[in-house]
Design a protein around this ligand. Structure first.
Ligand code: PMP
Length: 294
């Protein structure tokens, strides 16, 4: 993720990543009390563009608010500094990770003193480019009454690590987690859509992270005149679907080959998801001529 020349942004200054230390006595490390973002930059014909950067910083601010953390930073300035960070590290296609964490404090009272760190690195397709073999996880997503599930809180990702590790141990590429009611929720780091009879379905907001890519896919459905239905989905719905895909900033659009023993009958290249995948690529690369590519 970094080498001896890598620079990161910390509380208003750029500094060498290798020489940056974090405090051991803090709520973020001990209790997972931190909020973060995952953002992607793409090399386009207009230079390097950070896809939906404002939406990501707005979600970061909302995440902080949802866990009673202060967010004393100006989003316009964070956007400016993020572009500068890419320039300083000579990154064109990059994954960007802002993290808001607490100053030294070992109590369980919400920290009032916080730092913001932003780092970036070159990162290819997070789940690869193959269609994924997915298993329904034995872990559930956290109940939103226990922790704000719409906030990207570091501690919530213990659940994601457990589910991912279990899936890999069983020989799958990725996990799919259900919510506390047994409905389909999301992957450890991505949202899910299924296709049935030419329509797309996705779980409604409430028990999942409000993915920025999910919102983009919904917008693309409107542009492409694809019928999109937000509703609770059961595992049975999933196992009668024609095709399915995950979406997320790191994942982008990733086709799913099978869930447990059930193989989706429609070939990925013929699926609605594949059309969304091609269009999404055009969008992030700022190519306006979708029709040509589709
Ligand atoms: N769900 C979870 C649990 C995630 O961690 C992510 C990645 N941020 C997503 C969904 C997808 O969100 P986005 O499209 O905003 O990256």
């Amino acid at each position: 993720y970094f080498n001896s020349n890598t620079v990161l942004y910390l509380d208003g200054k750029f500094q060498n990543a290798a020489n940056t230390t974090a405090d051991i006595y803090g709520q973020s490390l001990h209790y997972g009390y931190a909020v973060f973002e995952g953002i992607r930059a793409y090399q386009t014909h207009n230079g390097t563009r950070i896809f939906k950067i404002r939406e990501h910083y707005e979600r970061l601010k909302k995440s902080a608010e949802l866990v009673n953390m202060p967010f004393p930073w100006d989003i316009n300035n964070l956007i400016k500094q993020t572009y500068k960070l890419l320039e300083l590290n000579k990154l064109k296609n990059a994954y960007i990770r802002p993290l808001v964490y607490a100053a030294p404090n070992m109590s369980l009272v919400a920290a009032t003193d916080v730092s913001i760190m932003i780092c970036a690195w070159e990162w290819g397709a997070y789940l690869g480019n193959q269609q994924l073999k997915v298993c329904v996880s034995s872990y559930e997503r956290p109940n939103p009454k226990s922790t704000p599930i719409e906030a990207k809180v570091s501690g919530n990702y213990v659940n994601s690590i457990l589910a991912t590790t279990e899936a890999k141990r069983k020989g799958f590429d990725e996990a799919l987690l259900l919510d506390m009611n047994g409905n389909v929720a999301e992957a450890p780091g991505a949202n899910i859509f299924i296709e049935k009879n030419g329509r797309l379905y996705t779980p409604p907001l409430g028990n999942i992270l409000a993915g920025i890519t999910r919102a983009t896919v919904i917008e693309l459905c409107r542009i492409l005149d694809i019928e999109l239905i937000e509703k609770h989905l059961t595992v049975n719905d999933l196992k009668h679907a024609d095709s399915a895909f995950f979406c997320g900033t790191a994942t982008e659009i990733a086709g799913i080959a099978a869930i447990d023993e059930y193989q989706f009958p429609v070939k990925w290249n013929d699926s609605v998801g594949a059309t969304i995948q091609r269009t999404y690529k055009c969008l992030v690369l700022e190519k306006q001529n979708y029709e040509v590519i589709i």
